[in-house]
Design a protein around this ligand. Structure first.
Ligand code: RB5
Length: 150
């Protein structure tokens, strides 16, 4: 898979670790920044990763900020994006099986890399969407993008 990855300053170190994990698993990784620990604005990187997934440049994306909250809020504004802020392996699995999440958002300040972030990312990258009844539900999420009243 081709995976877009991005972070702000708070997630920079974890992004670097995740890049090694992703390439080690045999995937291609496109780093959309940030490229240092200098203070920056997370929506800029959420936008870059989300647009990469939305346009089809990448198959999916991973975003890291302090909590994962800001990144998920911003990424979900981009058409076609289903960004999930995930805190556990269970949520990681469900976000793929039931919600067909195409962007994973993680909190570098809320989660430990080795014991939480690494297994969450591994699970997310290896779990397939179940389809079936979930297809209809995810379809209803995506239909909200067309609803001018919402
Ligand atoms: C940066 O201080 C912090 O606000 C950001 O990384 C993120 O947690 C926002 O949701």
């Amino acid at each position: 898979m081709k995976i877009a990855i991005g972070s702000d300053h708070a997630g920079f170190e974890v992004k670097q670790q995740l890049k090694n994990l992703i390439t080690g698993l045999g995937h291609e990784c496109l780093d959309k920044g940030t490229l240092s620990q200098d203070s920056c604005d997370y929506p800029d990187y959420a936008r870059a990763v989300a647009q990469s997934v939305s346009t089809g440049e990448c198959d999916c994306g991973i975003l890291v900020c302090g909590t994962g909250i800001g990144m998920s809020m911003a990424a979900n504004k981009v058409r076609g994006i289903r960004a999930a802020k995930v805190c556990s392996e269970f949520e990681s699995k469900m976000s793929r099986q039931h919600n067909n999440a195409n962007v994973l958002c993680l909190g570098a300040r809320s989660l430990d890399y080795e014991t939480q972030i690494k297994p969450i990312a591994q699970t997310w990258l290896t779990t397939e969407f179940e389809g079936g009844r979930h297809e209809r539900r995810v379809g209803k999420i995506m239909a909200l993008e067309e609803d001018w009243r919402s």
